[in-house]
Design a protein around this ligand. Sequence first.
Ligand code: AP5
Length: 222
Amino acid sequence: MNIIFLGPPGAGKGTQSKLLEDQYGLVQISTGDMLRAEVARGSAIGQEAKSLMDAGKLVSDALIIAMLKGRIAQDDCQNGFILDGFPRTLAQAEALDEMLKADGKSIDVVLFLDVDEDILADRISGRFTCANCGRTYNEVSNPPRVAGKCDACGSHEFTRRADDKRETVVERLKEYRKLTAPILPFYEKTGRLHSINGMLPTAEVTAEIKAALGEIPKITQK
Ligand code: AP5
């Protein structure tokens, strides 16, 4: 089972894909997290990506497609994966279908988290992430059960993202509208797109996603 999460910045892709990873035993792949790890390492990929990410722009298709192709070829992805943040352009969507087809695989379902733009900036400005396991929280809407302690791994260390400043979020939204939103029809026309109301509380969004996945017979919950 291979799943894609689509949606604007702050829609809840990371939050929901991490929850599904735990429950369905699929590997979550966040291209944003992969790039941030490259930036932290100071690698050639990180150096190429950093200024674009800081400006709220997408990195090049060639770079991200090569990175993703290497990741999904790894052993832990062979039973299925959840893509969070890829594809972001029509060229990426087409390249993904091609690379999976070469291995006799495909994308089974695309979950589009539909959220009005006016609430995205507030969500992003309240976001913080566990430095150890990557679980995402929000000061207002999704705090940890025990203040200052990650629900998933118990870590007390949290980080905030460099590109979560309001002016960068404006640019990220522009990129989303111009380059990413146009790929929705690509998945709609092949019957793979499920629209989910991402404005509900987190647990209710998860319930809607599970209902959508429940219609797919191959998936087995842990
Ligand atoms: P990336 O890391 O992918 O960021 P993004 O797509 O902008 O999405 P976010 O991570 O900001 O949001 P999310 O939808 O995951 O929301 P979250 O669950 O955290 O990309 C970063 C950059 O990397 C890009 O700008 C680009 O430069 C580069 N990049 C990455 N992939 C690329 C690609 N394929 N091609 C080219 N460039 C690429 O939730 C947000 C907040 O809301 C949290 O605080 C959360 O707790 C809260 N929240 C979540 N759900 C709810 C809810 N239902 N109700 C209330 N609050 C909620």
